[in-house]
Design a protein around this ligand. Structure first.
Ligand code: 5GP
Length: 351
């Protein structure tokens, strides 16, 4: 008989962060940098742990340059050629602390990963990203990559439950990507019925990872800076963003004009758009298709970065956390039935 887990599982929209007495004078006094030591690579990292997703239109070299100025991280998408990587690496040495090379388990991915890391041995991070982090095949792939690259920090996912976080960490991954179905252009939940509410997934997976000395990324589902703060509050070490970074100059893809408005396309990595672009190369990227949306052009990503970092700093001041590191310890979530007052939503164009 099928089982039902009756525990309530929550999404970002189901909670708010309770304010607490605080001695912090201004949000300028909040330090958002974090330092980590990784369990399996033994390497360290210092930076602001907000990440651009390894999607065509987000994880670009241009995004990496804009992000690295703030010590923020970019998982570069897997469709750049080794030659393009070579040029990037030679011309942007200051960004290399803050980028990862991505790979899936498609044929040729391991070879391409090796080629890129040979050209750019300074790169410390590998992001292994597949449709279904639960497959035994993927676990073996993580073991193989660990064996081949003992000194690189490996991110792996996606999963949403503690036992699989543990398995991947014990197989050699340092940082686990958490999230199945919450993404803005993801249709997994619709197509398959599979998923896990993201806030609860993050809380449970962070607990499992931290117990072993591992780390996690909350990947997908953030719609506004408040959601990013909630993900950190729930225990995420890094928060990965796709949709919130789409539509900017630094986002890949062409600009089109429609009814006098400038538009950029944003699409899931297993959407028809992505598959057409990479001609069959990414058909297995996600368990089900993603969708394509038109985003109103938003200019430089710098303003969006300021908005996100300003929001998180402010959350920290509301709960009395002088460092991002203290945020989860100082977070109490309140369950709510309404997060935002939407009365004027129809009249506004900017969030
Ligand atoms: P967002 O920040 O836009 O809510 O979520 C970004 C995340 O959505 C990505 O990091 C990735 O994990 C996930 N994603 C990207 N493309 C697809 C897709 O085509 N299908 C599915 N199921 N997930 C996707």
């Amino acid at each position: 008989m099928p089982r039902i887990d009756n525990d309530i599982k929550l999404d970002f929209k189901d909670v708010l962060v309770r304010p607490k007495r605080s001695t912090i004078r201004s949000r300028a006094d909040v330090d958002l940098t974090r330092s980590f030591i990784f369990r399996n690579s033994g390497l360290t990292y210092t930076g602001i742990p907000v990440m651009a997703a390894n999607m065509d239109t987000v994880g670009t070299f241009e995004m990496a340059k804009a992000f690295a100025k703030h010590q923020m991280f970019t998982t570069i998408h897997k469709h750049y050629s080794p030659a393009a990587w070579k040029e990037f690496v030679d011309n942007n040495p200051e960004t290399l602390e803050h980028v990862a090379v991505s790979a899936g388990i498609a044929e040729g991915d391991m070879q391409k990963l090796s080629d890129i890391l040979e050209l750019a041995p300074q790169i410390k991070f590998i992001c292994l990203d597949v449709a279904n982090g639960y497959s035994e095949h993927f676990v073996q792939f993580v073991r193989d990559v660990r064996k081949k690259f003992p000194k690189k920090t490996i991110m792996a996912g996606n999963v949403v439950t503690g036992e699989m976080v543990e398995e991947l960490i014990l197989s050699g991954a340092d940082i686990i990507k958490v999230g199945i179905g919450p993404g803005s252009v993801c249709t997994t939940r619709k197509k398959t019925g599979v998923g896990y509410p993201q806030l609860s997934a993050v809380m449970e997976c962070a607990d499992a990872a931290h117990g072993l000395g591992g780390h996690i990324i909350s990947d997908g589902g953030c719609t506004c800076p408040g959601d990013v703060a909630k993900a950190f509050g729930a225990g995420a070490d890094y928060v990965m963003l796709g949709g919130m970074l789409a539509g900017h100059n630094e986002s890949g893809g062409e600009m089109i004009e429609k009814n006098g408005k400038k538009i950029k396309l944003f699409y899931g990595m297993s959407s028809a758009t992505a598959m057409k672009k990479h001609s069959g190369g990414v058909a297995e990227y996600r368990a089900s298709e993603g969708k394509t949306v038109e985003i109103e052009y938003r200019g430089e990503v710098e303003a969006t970065i300021q908005d996100i970092l300003g929001g998180i700093r402010s959350t920290c001041t509301y709960v009395g956390a002088s460092k991002l590191k203290e945020l989860s310890r100082r977070t109490t979530f309140i369950r709510c039935t309404q997060q935002l007052n939407e009365v004027f939503t129809a009249f506004t164009t900017q969030h």
